[in-house]
Design a protein around this ligand. Structure first.
Ligand SMILES: C[S@@+](CC[C@H](N)C(=O)[O-])C[C@H]1O[C@@H](n2cnc3c(N)ncnc32)[C@H](O)[C@@H]1O
Length: 214
């Protein structure tokens, strides 16, 4: 591992957005080496593959929500997708993502708030490693649905443990009951393989009346 334990502790113990963004500022430059190299972070590859299953055409306009340094975007690029857009709250992570030249646009925004993005703007949204402890809460699903066109897809991971504790499960079910989206697949998948941490890997299809009023 390149980073010291203090850097990682800051990410896991941050109690507000300012502390979390400060932690990512310290981590941004070593993030790829630590996650892929040391932790065996396989979630980006698994999510890109899950999205590829429902998006065979590579012309889709895709939002990478909580893009971090662009690991998901890089894998989607390798699969041939060329209309990728990035969003993250951390300017430091966005800076690293931008340096990879894979996104058509990058936006600094908070996924817990209303986004300055038009309704139905994307064919698909992918959100990996971001629906987790202390990062983005379950209300973010509503915005992800709003910016995805009807019949478009949303693919995301939720780290094991956070799924029920952070209210993600309840919100996902409420949105299904409200016909905002329908479940395409949910599987238990490796997340940090070398640390034996798993996640829920979920793909939803946004429904025509996808205005979430649940
Ligand atoms: C563990 S990283 C995952 C990054 C990337 N998707 C990946 O799989 O490598 C979590 C990302 O969520 C971002 N993040 C945390 N809170 C956020 C928020 N409220 N809105 C948008 N992004 C946020 C962080 O800045 C960080 O880049």
């Amino acid at each position: 591992m390149v980073s010291d334990n203090k850097t990682l502790d800051k990410v896991y113990t941050a109690s507000n957005h300012t502390e979390l963004m400060d932690a990512y500022k310290d981590w941004a430059d070593n993030y790829d080496q630590d996650t892929v190299g040391s932790f065996g972070y396989v979630a980006p590859a698994a999510a890109a593959q899950a999205l590829h299953r429902v998006l065979p055409g590579t012309g889709a306009r895709i939002l990478d929500a909580g893009c971090g340094t662009g690991q998901v975007g890089r894998i989607l690029t390798e699969k041939g997708y060329g209309d990728l857009h990035a969003l993250d709250y951390s300017e430091d992570m966005l800076r690293v993502a931008e340096s990879k030249n894979i996104y058509g646009s990058l936006m600094q925004a908070d996924l817990s708030k209303k986004l300055k993005i038009d309704d139905d703007a994307y064919d698909a949204v992918v959100c990996v490693g971001t629906l987790t402890y202390g990062h983005v809460d379950a209300t973010a699903f509503d915005e992800l649905i709003r910016v995805t066109r009807p019949d478009g897809h949303i693919c995301f991971t939720i780290r094991e443990g956070a799924y029920e504790d952070y209210g993600y499960r309840d919100r996902m079910i409420a949105l299904e009951k409200a016909d905002a989206w329908e479940l395409v697949s949910m599987e238990e998948a490796d997340y940090l393989k070398n640390e034996n941490v798993t996640c829920k890997l979920c793909t939803y299809k946004v429904l025509a009346d996808g205005a979430p009023n649940a």
